[in-house]
Design a protein around this ligand. Structure first.
Ligand code: GLP
Length: 632
């Protein structure tokens, strides 16, 4: 189905809650390949007519695979951008154009430097004009759009506040290009790029909602589970200035292009029984009943026939019998996900347990994209696995050095410098030079400059030390902690990573060496260009390459979540409960990561949230729960 040519496409019954045309593709690569091909057709057909094309462009991680595909089309298929004029949505206020996080720099790095678009056809709001000239500069931007004949196709991402461009909550439908104050959530989301939320600019220049709606056609892209809720709100909710993307409902030619994870909260995916017939297997029944129970705030065992009927589950009731039997079936199903034995309980009947009893002990491989991830996603489970006698190997896939603040590296170098200066012994000379070198490098790069290799290395070492301390807290000895330092990370920067063959080989070697019985991995529903998303893709590719190895047959893969949206009850195949003491211990482990700005509280509250959700469904009440999904 075409993305750009939507007129004449009728809404299906499945889409009846959706007020914006929405295309769901399996992943961002497929979505971007299709969109780029259609944009290329548009550019070429205009070239044939001797006419220009005006594109509105976005920044952020979301459009990166689209830009990469455009570059590929230019480099390998000769697509020319000579007739293309571009207008970018926004720019941080106060950042120099060469600042590594400015959108000017971003667009050059991600697209413009690699295609043949003439410089004078590129337009990006100017974030460097003095404050009293901002208004005129914004009005001039609007005029330039008009003078170019308006925007033919506007590409958008969406922020977690529902913003398009930087139109934060409160932006009116008619707003034009202007200066705005960034929302707290938006600044937090940009914190990793800027090495700490305190460094994220407080304001920005953005095209208005009205400017965006002036485009003849609009495509909003979104990937990953973290966008699922806001996508649903924008597509199915009411139009409101609290979610500027919801105004796209009023544009006849606007389309959402999203991946499966970002679509997961849409009614057609989340409550499919409300938009058509579904196969009522165990999983679907569990999903529907947990949903009704949560909606009515009732424990599962108290649901009655009428409540099934009143909530669109009449068909389920007819196909299965009375609510009484159904309730018990789903209750038992959920009950059996709970286990204090994530590695399997040796010598116990494991017919209904999430993990098999044998072999015992198991070789368990835990993959942590950044060193903190495994602790925040499954710190309590790590402790259980170790204390229950399994051989646990914790592998940090990347060094995580981009998260380490300059001040941590400075602190280390200053102490070393002082120590070295105090020594008469000439053997300390090298250390003195090293410390001075690090301090100079940090000073020279400035607050936002890219870290030179030596600085990144030191930051990585600092994080290694913290990871060792955290591992000790959950019982993992230093020799069972490995650091892979995957090359894509060491060479890249947030939102600009490229996965390579060597990254996959690193993981493959690991799998072939350890022949694990259990693997814990994360990143399956993350933004595909995030560190977690890329680490998962590398794992997936490595696993596929090892698929014929005999150890694979006896290996179960458990998916955990850290930074993404918590799992919903129906997604959980294993729930590992935690006592107050165990939760405290996890908190202590997280606190070891002092050089990063990790908020250990939010992850603890996620574990408590999981426990509350189970409690509300009528399960036992725990202090916290860590959740896992079994990979098919
Ligand atoms: C920023 C940009 C938006 C972008 C949003 C989402 O706020 N101004 O244009 O859509 O981030 O970013 P990402 O694509 O990285 O999730």
């Amino acid at each position: 189905m075409s993305i750009l040519h939507t007129s004449g496409q009728k809404k299906t019954q499945q889409e009846r809650f959706e007020k914006i045309r929405t295309h769901i593709l399996p992943d961002s690569t497929q979505a971007c390949t299709q969109l780029a091909a259609e944009v290329a057709d548009l550019i070429r057909s205009r070239q044939a007519e001797g006419r220009p094309v005006v594109l509105g462009l976005a920044t952020g991680s979301t459009p990166v695979p689209f830009y990469r595909e455009l570059i590929r089309l230019h480099q390998t298929e000769g697509l020319s951008f000579s007739n293309v004029t571009t207008f970018n949505l926004d720019e941080y206020y106060g950042l120099d154009r060469d600042h590594p996080e400015s959108y000017h720099r971003f667009m050059r790095d991600q697209l413009f430097d690699h295609i043949d678009i003439p410089d004078h056809q590129i337009n990006i709001p100017d974030g460097t004009v003095p404050i009293d000239a901002v208004y005129d500069s914004c009005m001039a931007y609007e005029s330039r759009i008009q003078a170019a004949g308006g925007i033919d196709l506007q590409i958008l991402g969406i922020g977690r506040t529902g913003h398009i461009g930087f139109n934060e909550p409160g932006s009116s439908r008619d707003s034009v290009t202007r200066m705005i104050t960034l929302d707290r959530v938006t600044r937090q989301d940009a914190a990793a790029d800027f090495l700490g939320v305190q460094n994220v600019p407080r304001s920005a220049i953005t095209m208005g909602v009205g400017t965006i709606l002036g485009a003849r056609q609009i495509v909003l892209m979104a990937w990953g589970d973290n966008k699922a809720e806001i996508v649903r709100t924008a597509v199915e909710g009411v139009q409101t200035d609290q979610v500027s993307a919801s105004f796209l409902q009023s544009h006849p030619q606007s389309t959402f292009l999203i991946d499966t994870a970002a679509a997961s909260s849409l009614t057609r995916r989340h409550q499919p029984w409300l938009v058509g017939s579904v196969p009522w297997d165990d999983v679907m029944a569990k999903r529907a009943i947990a949903w009704v129970a949560q909606k009515l705030r009732k424990p599962i065992l108290k649901l009655i026939d009428e409540e099934y009927n009143e909530n669109g589950l009449a068909e389920l009731l007819i196909s299965t019998g009375r609510s009484y039997q159904l309730n018990i079936r789903v209750f038992n199903h959920l009950q059996r996900t709970i286990t204090g034995w994530p590695g399997g309980k040796p010598d116990a009947d494991d017919t209904h347990r999430p993990e098999r009893a044998h072999p015992y002990p198991k070789t368990v491989l835990v993959l942590s994209p950044e060193p903190q991830d495994a602790f925040l996603g499954m710190g309590g489970t790590l402790e259980r696995l170790v204390s229950q006698g399994h051989h646990v190997l914790l592998v940090c896939q990347t060094s995580g050095n981009l998260r380490v603040a300059d001040v941590a590296a400075q602190k280390f170098a200053s102490v070393l410098l002082e120590m070295a200066e105090a020594q008469e012994d000439s053997g300390w000379k090298d250390k003195l030079h090293y410390a001075q070198f690090i301090l100079n490098e940090i000073e020279a790069k400035g607050q936002f400059g890219s870290d030179p290799e030596m600085v990144r290395k030191l930051k990585g070492l600092i994080l290694r030390g913290e990871a060792r301390d955290a591992a000790k807290e959950v019982g993992i000895p230093a020799q069972n902690l490995q650091f892979l330092d995957m090359p894509f990370y060491e060479k890249g920067r947030y939102r600009r990573f490229h996965l390579e063959e060597t990254d996959i080989l690193h993981i493959q070697t690991l799998l072939e060496k350890f022949h694990p019985h259990q693997i814990y991995a994360t990143g399956h529903v993350a933004d595909p260009s995030s560190v977690q998303g890329l680490c998962f893709q590398a794992f997936e590719a490595a696993r596929k390459a090892s698929a014929t190895s005999s150890w694979c047959e006896d290996c179960r893969i458990w998916l955990y979540r850290g930074r993404e949206k918590p799992m919903e009850c129906h997604e959980i195949d294993m729930a590992v409960p935690m006592s107050p003491d165990q939760l405290d211990q996890k908190f202590e482990a997280m606190r070891k990561f002092q050089s990063t700005n990790e908020d250990e509280h939010s992850f603890i509250s996620q574990n408590k949230g999981n426990a509350n959700a189970y409690d509300a469904l009528g399960m036992a009440e725990y202090e916290g729960i860590e959740t896992f999904q079994r990979m098919p």
